[in-house]
Design a binder for this molecule. Structure first.
Ligand code: HEC
Ligand code: HEC
Ligand code: HEC
Ligand code: HEC
Length: 167
């Protein structure tokens, strides 16, 4: 008895801790989503929700099944590994139903400059230009075929437009 004589304040303090812990469990019960922890330390229901998101990119293989003529031009040039939607943007909607949506042609002043504008941060070997000086205000596709932009003999001859939209 004498051992606990002056320990009352400690028991009250411990009691408070127990109450706080019970309160924590009650709140936790209501705020933690039902499927949390079903498979691991995350909300299992999120898997279905994420899987249900609409696909935005079709992937270049899909584009190439319909636009084989573009693929044929592209495969032999330096843009062989630059995929369609890197320039054309996400087009799953068009690929699913071409009639539902016709893509607009990309603006070369914007897209070509995005990758090729000279910058000290880019690898030395990567082809870079200062667009304003290099193109002297002409659109890039006046001289470069976007799908095969090289200037060597193997590449289709520029300008693209004059060739009646050569594929
Ligand atoms: C199922 C076949 C099909 C698939 C897959 C497809 N396209 Fe098309 N695409 C078409 C058809 C048909 C047209 C012409 C539509 C029109 O003129 O209204 C077209 C038109 C276009 C145009 C406009 C051509 C122009 O002359 O203005 C672009 C750009 C284009 N597609 C890019 C793509 C890209 C990039 C992909 C892959 C994400 C893709 N397409 C996937 C059938 C397809
Ligand atoms: C480096 C950027 C780039 C890539 C990669 C690219 N395109 Fe294009 N594409 C363009 C530009 C720019 C135009 C518009 C050219 C113009 O205005 O004459 C275009 C035009 C088109 C057209 C209209 C017809 C034509 O030949 O002008 C189609 C169809 C097309 N692209 C499909 C594709 C497909 C399919 C792929 C992938 C196999 C692809 N593109 C990859 C930039 C690109
Ligand atoms: C998504 C990035 C990207 C875009 C957009 C892009 N390119 Fe390229 N381009 C590349 C890559 C990658 C290479 C290959 C670089 C290499 O081989 O080291 C390349 C190579 C080139 C070359 C060098 C060809 C050669 O034979 O040396 C030219 C010219 C070129 N692009 C012009 C263009 C033009 C014009 C456009 C706009 C229609 C454009 N690029 C859009 C990534 C891009
Ligand atoms: C008046 C014609 C013309 C126009 C317009 C033009 N180019 Fe070029 N471009 C060329 C020629 C010619 C070469 C080859 C020059 C060389 O090999 O020295 C070239 C080379 C390039 C290269 C490769 C540079 C390297 O170091 O290998 C890139 C990248 C490029 N152009 C991008 C563009 C972009 C982006 C545009 C639009 C902003 C554009 N070009 C507009 C004619 C043009």
């Amino acid at each position: 008895m004498s051992v606990f004589k002056d320990a009352g304040h400690l028991f009250r303090f411990a009691g408070l801790f127990v109450l706080a812990f019970i309160l924590f469990l009650v709140i936790r019960h209501f705020v933690v989503p039902k499927s949390f922890g079903q498979y691991g330390h995350y909300r299992a229901a999120s898997i279905g929700e994420i899987a249900a998101h609409q696909v935005k990119y079709a992937g270049h293989e899909t584009c190439e099944t319909c636009h084989a003529e573009v693929f044929d031009v592209k495969k032999d040039g330096k843009h062989a590994h630059v995929n369609c939607e890197a320039c054309h943007g996400a087009l799953a909607k068009h690929a699913d139903d071409p009639g539902a949506m016709t893509p607009t042609k990309p603006d070369t002043a914007v897209i070509c400059a995005r990758c090729h504008t000279a910058s000290a941060a880019k690898p030395k070997g990567f082809p870079q230009v200062v667009p304003a000086d290099h193109s002297t205000g002409l659109p890039c596709e006046t001289c470069h075929q976007p799908h095969n932009p090289g200037m060597d003999a193997a590449a289709p001859k520029a300008p693209v437009k004059a060739a009646g939209g050569a594929k």
